[in-house]
Write a protein that binds this ligand. Structure first.
Ligand code: FE2
Length: 268
């Protein structure tokens, strides 16, 4: 099947043409069974608290991005549940897979009125490119040549638009040895490819279950807390953090600026 940027893109209208309001929810780790918990957290309950907080704190964003590990077990039940809950939020949603997802089941079952599978989104003065960094059966990730070609095709097709690039695995190390070893192998190659374009303003990911943000070379590099369990920052070995579940809100401006903040569900 052909895989060109033009065939896969989707045009969305922003509520305000000068500001695109965007929410990222990531690493929901939903189980087939409603009562199951990850590290003591019921991931359905925490997701519902986070989705409620999105509507309360961030109004009605133009877009929602779900950036992988949507399911813990790749089950049809987990995607059916999440699709129903996300559709109920009433926000146009795009997604990409994480290492815990079953890509085929995700594609088949994570469907709804508001849920789209396009990987190149055009909105106002911006484009969002969603890359698949997963390798079947592996925890770590890699951005394949096919995905890099897709990125270049998208950006070359719309050089006039600012770009936000999204993927599941971390494009920059977090400083936690254990999770960085399970991060994006060949991340240098991704960064070299990103540097070849002068319209990329932000790179956004999940996987590390913690908030990070760095401005390097005119690009905002950002990771976002999980909607369930957090990982302890700067820990050499696997350790759970005590931060609350959360999500990230971004405003993308017509001049290419990004403002962003993480919201936590303090009451959870
Ligand atoms: Fe995760």
């Amino acid at each position: 099947m052909s895989n060109t940027a033009e065939e896969k893109n989707q045009q969305i209208t922003a509520t305000e043409p000068d500001i695109v309001s965007l929410v990222q929810i990531t690493d929901c780790h939903i189980f087939a069974e409603a009562e199951n918990c990850l590290q003591g957290v019921n991931t359905r309950h925490s997701f519902e608290a986070v989705s409620k907080a999105v509507i309360e704190n961030s109004g009605h964003p133009d877009l929602l991005l779900a950036t992988g590990d949507l399911s813990q077990d790749g089950s049809t039940e987990s995607y059916d549940y999440l699709a129903q809950k996300i559709d109920a939020m009433g926000v146009v949603t795009f997604w990409l897979p994480g290492n815990h997802d079953d890509s085929e089941t995700l594609q088949e079952r994570f469907i709804g009125q508001k849920i789209h599978s396009a990987k190149h989104v055009l909105i106002a003065d911006w484009q969002i490119v969603l890359l698949d960094s997963t390798i079947r059966g592996e925890v770590h990730g890699r951005v394949s040549e096919t995905q890099l070609d897709f990125l270049h095709d998208c950006l070359r097709a719309h050089p006039e638009k600012h770009a936000l690039v999204c993927l599941h695995h971390q494009a920059l190390d977090t400083g936690s040895l254990w999770i960085d070893q399970k991060g994006l192998h060949d991340s240098d190659q991704l960064r070299e490819n990103i540097a070849r374009h002068d319209n990329i303003r932000g790179v956004l990911w999940g996987h590390v279950h913690q908030e990070t943000r760095q401005s390097i070379g005119g690009i905002e590099w950002m990771s976002t807390p999980s909607s369930c369990v957090q990982f302890k920052p700067d820990s050499k070995e696997f350790a759970i953090g005590n931060e609350a579940p959360g999500y990230r809100h971004l405003n993308l401006y017509a001049d290419g600026r990004i403002t962003t903040r993480v919201h936590r569900v303090d009451s959870f």
